[in-house]
Design a protein around this ligand. Structure first.
Ligand code: GDP
Length: 494
């Protein structure tokens, strides 16, 4: 059958004018009701991730895949380990706080933090960067301030072990709850040291013995009950027991003999990353080994950074970050994935090359599959397009700034799967407008708003058209939600 522009556009999920302009870019001038060449159609389909092979394929179609020539990081690491031995020095523990909702995780973190804000600090403005460090006479302690099991698990799922000690918070007036047990399981699975903080000791119904009985039942009896679990009664509200808790953390850290080589090139883990208007991509990292310095070149997956500046949790400029220190790093090419690890390399050039190789590799995984030659008839082509359509997640993306838009695109391209592909219908900067809803409705797309708001009237209009709008502030949440949507498309036995 002849391939008519209008029908072809429909099959591709494109507005006819969009298809016409794409055709024009290829030097093909056709109007809505005209027909186009089979070869042209196949080429265009390919551009939309619907890849089909014909005999007379034009040149420049084979993606120029270089074989990844990534440096052998494993070997590097091995060598580094030897150098390390001689230079190991004690490092502060990295601590996270887990427990049932409302048992006081946030309050505890706040109290610890406030007790340790250096007085005289201009306004004592603390920045929420995902982690912070406190210090007392016994030394420093780093806290991850992303309580919540999901965050903890995410890190673990990505293979990053950042935490040395987990504080399990249990409210004295409530005892063990489902999330307490869940958290305990995570802690045991992760093999990190456990300290129990029995919180809300000031509360009326506080019953410390009940909590200790429950601990015993779970094989984590407290020290004073003949067990081994360091247990500290506290009141986050009144500040009671906080000093003891910090002391116990430091004691436990000593027992664990936490050490790292501050002389080494820095490596560590991304705690969180985001795009900030005017500052571009930022990432909070925890240095695990070595010392990170301004000017260092680091690489993390397909992102890299020449460290332009670093800030601590007080928003203060710092020039270097020794082991276990959380810092916010500026100078990234994009937002690195939280939970992933970074390493320092020779220079910015090398970092960029490695990041590019990684990006190519990820892209290669998508295109190489698609590039398998296939002979198809035009009927099969259309059938194929229709089938692919069914499993294409279409997205209209609006972001706050250009950098965000690029970062979102980059991350979404990295999660293309074999069974469901992601098609970015539009990727623009600005508010979500009624026009976006219209476009999404026409294309059957979902709108993702990243760090941006909806124009007045958009919500009812979206409702009317059955267009789904999802808003995100954190890039990995956007990526995760997209993954979920892709998974959902597969669920009903497609
Ligand atoms: P999270 O959900 O575990 O982060 O718990 P929050 O820190 O948000 O605390 C939940 C509620 O418990 C809040 O209303 C707090 O004010 C209260 N709370 C936290 N710590 C204490 C405490 O030590 N004593 C008392 N009486 N209330 C507390």
């Amino acid at each position: 059958p002849p391939i008519i522009v209008r029908e072809f556009a429909q099959l591709l999920g494109l507005k006819p004018f969009k298809l016409i302009s794409e055709l024009m870019e290829q030097g093909v001038f056709a109007s809505m009701n005209q027909t186009i060449d089979e070869a042209v159609a196949i080429d265009l389909a390919a551009k939309h991730d619907i890849v089909l092979e014909v005999k007379h394929r034009g040149e420049g179609q084979t993606p120029g895949q270089q074989q990844p020539t990534k440096k052998d990081i494993a070997k590097q690491k091995e060598k580094a380990a030897e150098e390390d031995e001689a230079n190991l020095e004690p490092r502060p523990p990295v601590v996270c706080i887990l427990g049932h909702v409302d048992h006081g995780k946030t309050s505890l973190l706040d109290t610890i933090r406030k007790a340790n804000v250096v007085s005289g600090e201009a306004g004592g403005i603390t920045q929420h960067i995902g982690a912070y460090q406190v210090s007392n006479d016994n030394g420093k302690i780093s806290f991850l301030d992303t309580p919540g099991h999901a965050a903890f698990n995410k890190m673990r799922a990505r293979g990053a072990q950042v935490t040395d000690i987990a504080i399990l918070v249990i409210a004295a007036d409530d005892g063990f709850k489902p999330q307490t047990d869940e958290a305990l399981k995570y802690i045991k699975d992760a093999g990190v040291a456990l300290i129990v903080a029995i919180n809300k000791m000031d509360a009326k119904g506080a019953n410390i013995d009940q909590v200790k009985t429950q601990m015993q039942q779970r094989d984590i009896a407290s020290e004073d009950w003949g067990g081994e679990t360091i247990t500290v009664p506290v009141s986050a509200l009144k500040g009671d027991g906080i000093d003891t808790l910090l002391e116990m953390i430091q004691l436990q850290a000593e027992v664990l003999e936490l050490r790292a080589n501050p002389q080494a090139k820095a490596s560590g883990v991304i705690i969180e990353s985001q795009l900030e208007v005017g500052r571009g991509p930022l990432a909070t990292v925890i240095v695990q080994r070595g010392t990170l310095r301004v000017g260092d070149a680091i690489v993390c997956g397909k992102e890299w950074a020449k460290v332009r500046a670093m800030f601590d949790d007080q928003g203060k400029n710092v020039k270097e970050a020794p082991p276990s220190t959380p810092v916010r790093v500026i100078g990234w090419s994009g937002t690195p994935e939280s939970g992933s690890t970074f390493t320092t390399v020779k220079n910015a050039r090398a970092a960029e090359d490695m990041a590019e190789e990684e990006a190519d590799k990820q892209k290669g995984q998508v295109t190489s599959k698609a590039a398998e030659p296939k002979e198809v008839s035009v009927e099969a082509l259309f059938a194929n397009i229709a089938a692919t359509q069914a499993k294409t997640l279409k997205l209209v993306i609006k972001s706050d700034v250009y950098g965000s838009a690029e970062a979102v695109r980059g991350m979404l391209e990295a999660i293309q799967s074999e069974k469901v592909s992601v098609e970015i219908v539009a990727n623009e900067v600005g508010l979500v407008t009624k026009n976006d809803v219209q476009r999404a409705s026409a294309a059957g797309a979902t709108i993702l708003a990243f760090n941006t708001k909806l124009e007045n009237g958009v919500t009812p209009q979206a409702k009317h058209h059955g267009v789904r709008i999802e808003s995100f502030k954190i890039i990995y949440e956007l990526v995760d939600a997209t993954r979920d949507m892709m998974a959902d498309m597969l669920d009903p036995d497609l």
